[in-house]
Ligand binder design. Structure first.
Ligand code: ADE
Ligand code: ZN
Length: 319
């Protein structure tokens, strides 16, 4: 029996397995530039974050109707349940769909049709987190939040993802202020490829409650001390870090050092269809590569619930 856990860093578009991509392509009359799922999977060799993002966005061409998003989320939830996930906070990238002419309402309604049945079907409670693409403009992020206003009852929080380097958190100050005013929870990717300074900026300028990745905080001892003191959660994604060449091998992952430093770290899957495993595979990977004890694995699972937004009412940091 896998240990019960929460998954807090999961891009629903990153759960698109090659087989489902081909099934949706056939249903929607989309031609993919690969002969079959095997050939597509063989293309999953990435040199960095951007080379992954190029394929990730291109493959979204098969996601067109609400049913496509429902099927995508159902497939994720079934796999997640098998790996012990009891609660999932799910990112989605509205701008990657609206830019292709897929209405925001179709994305949210499609995902919601799956998530609304997730407790009953899979024993998983869920939250939805709307992410802004940081390589798009601040105005586009504001327009996206404006367009989401009719759907806010379905959205728990906002996040920030896509190409990090050269797109500092402060670029999104205004949209995070508006999100806070609307009562939304706030998270952001920071310190994946970008510097430790972006982690600090996400905390100070965007007021985030949780940092996605945050790996590079380890380059800044003062920042680590602060993250420990303020009990700011970091949602780590070990297999992603290897596949995107943030680190060389799992054995090089700083997770153990981060645990030893007293950081509130959690283990998650990021884009499991692309990175070789779902959340349980990430737990197994770090257990084997870093020699984590059963107690350390239980600590990670406990952290995942502590860091979650299951207590919906109270942000852990002042707005
Ligand atoms: N979008 C999907 N996966 C991502 C990642 N690992 N970093 C930034 N943006 C992403
Ligand atoms: Zn991510």
């Amino acid at each position: 029996m896998p240990v019960p856990k929460a998954e807090l860093h999961l891009h629903i578009e990153g759960t698109l397995e090659p087989e489902l991509a081909f099934a949706l392509a056939a249903r929607n009359g989309v031609t993919l530039p690969y002969a079959d799922a095997g050939e597509l999977r063989a293309a999953y060799r990435f040199g960095d974050l951007q080379s992954f993002l190029d394929l990730y966005y291109a493959l979204m061409a098969v996601l067109r109707t609400p049913e496509d998003f429902t099927d995508l989320a159902d497939a994720y939830l079934e796999r997640a349940a098998a790996q012990g996930v009891r609660h999932a906070e799910i990112f989605f990238d509205p701008q990657a769909h609206t830019a292709r002419g897929v209405p925001l309402g179709a994305v949210i309604e499609g995902l919601s049709a799956s998530l609304d049945r997730a407790e009953e079907r899979y024993g998983i409670s869920t939250r939805l987190i709307l992410c802004f693409l940081r390589d798009e403009s601040a105005e586009s992020a504001l327009a996206t939040l404006e367009a989401a206003k009719p759907h806010l009852h379905r959205i728990t929080g906002v996040g920030l993802d896509s190409a990090e380097a050269g797109h500092p958190p402060a670029k999104f100050r205004a949209v995070y202020e508006e999100a806070a005013r609307l009562g939304l929870r706030r998270v952001a990717h920071a310190g994946e490829e970008g510097p430790a300074e972006y982690v600090r900026e996400a905390l100070d300028v965007l007021g985030v409650e949780r940092i996605d990745h945050g790996l590079r905080c380890m380059e800044d001892p003062e920042l680590v001390e602060r993250l420990v003191r303020e009990r700011i959660p970091l949602t780590l994604c070990p297999l992603s870090n290897v596949r995107l060449r943030v680190i060389d091998t799992l054995a090089d992952h700083p997770l153990r050092a981060m645990l030893d430093a007293g950081l509130l770290v959690t283990v998650n899957s990021d884009d499991p269809a692309y990175f070789g495993g779902y959340v349980g595979d990430n737990y197994d990977g770090v257990r084997d590569a870093l020699g984590l004890s059963p107690e350390q694995l239980r600590v990670l699972a406990r952290h995942s619930f502590e860091a979650s937004f299951l207590d919906d009412d109270e942000p852990r940091r002042a707005r």
